[in-house]
Design a protein around this ligand. Sequence first.
Ligand SMILES: [Zn+2]
Length: 352
Amino acid sequence: MNTWRIENNRIILNFKNFDFWWSIPSDFKMPHISLLKLVEWLLSSPFGYEIIDYTIPRKYGCNNAVSYSGGVDSTAVLQLVENPIPIHYEVANPGKLHKTINGVLATKKHSNGVVVTGNANEFGKNFGNGKVGFWCLGGFTIPSILYADYLDIGTISTGDIFGNFNGGVYMDSIYTNKIISNETRIHVDLVLNKFRHAGLYLTLPAIGMTEIVTTKIFKKCNIDKNYIMGCMRGEENTPCMNCFKCYRKSAIDGNIIDLNPETENNLSRNPILRLHELLWCVKNNGLKHPLLESLINRKDKNIDWVDKWYSASIEFIPEHMRDYFLTKLKEFEIETMTNDDIQKLTEWNSFL
Ligand SMILES: [Zn+2]
């Protein structure tokens, strides 16, 4: 039996005699039971545990939370949502290379930013696949779910983009030419329904965008960009410049850096992770690499769609947020994919 308690400025889930905890302020009250059940489900269902929905649904709150990493994608999402509350999850026990300080500082720059520290990313390590992380679409929103009553939250937006492997909606993990498969559709609908039962819209403003598009929004938006970076190994406002993310994000920015071992490893695989964005950099930003350059003219590697928005993804934004979102897209001059682009997208695959 899973139990919840509040103790020493922490809310704690006891699961099979193991305590998973999140930091809370002193005036925090135990959240609605449907929120707690949703958290248990997101943590444990990827590993086959059954969590039954509680029968009392929660009423939707009024505020918009953004599950905020402090990176480029979720910073772009902050620009697309009205009056967002950025909520950042700080890993309590980071691995050796994982630096948490930039994400915390990026969040604290926002006057209403909330940093929640916890160890729930260790659920899989203890009761699942042996690894830290979150293993379900929406898993990163757990701190926002727990704070939903405290901050009167009704929507939680994520920074998920097109082609995210874990919990992705478009482009399956095998990266073939499916815009959205039946299996993914069933899973996504299940997750969205679970959130609605807890009085929350899980909202995916960037799911129809690549990181080329989110970077464009990020570059254009008028905010203090200190401490905001995709790299999780960067120290004191400086990315490490030695990981695949740094290689890719720099190239998207038009700043080509040297190959590093992590990038070489990815480029030696088949399929290549985030190939569509790399090819965009070859075509538009002067990225040079023999393998990538050899792919650029192949018929199944057309990337005309990569810097545009896939408009069918509006289904993952609740109706009351759409006008604001579309106005912002116009403001940031984001183009919409044409039928031709969508055709190219459906022909896309990341295999060599
Ligand atoms: Zn890096």
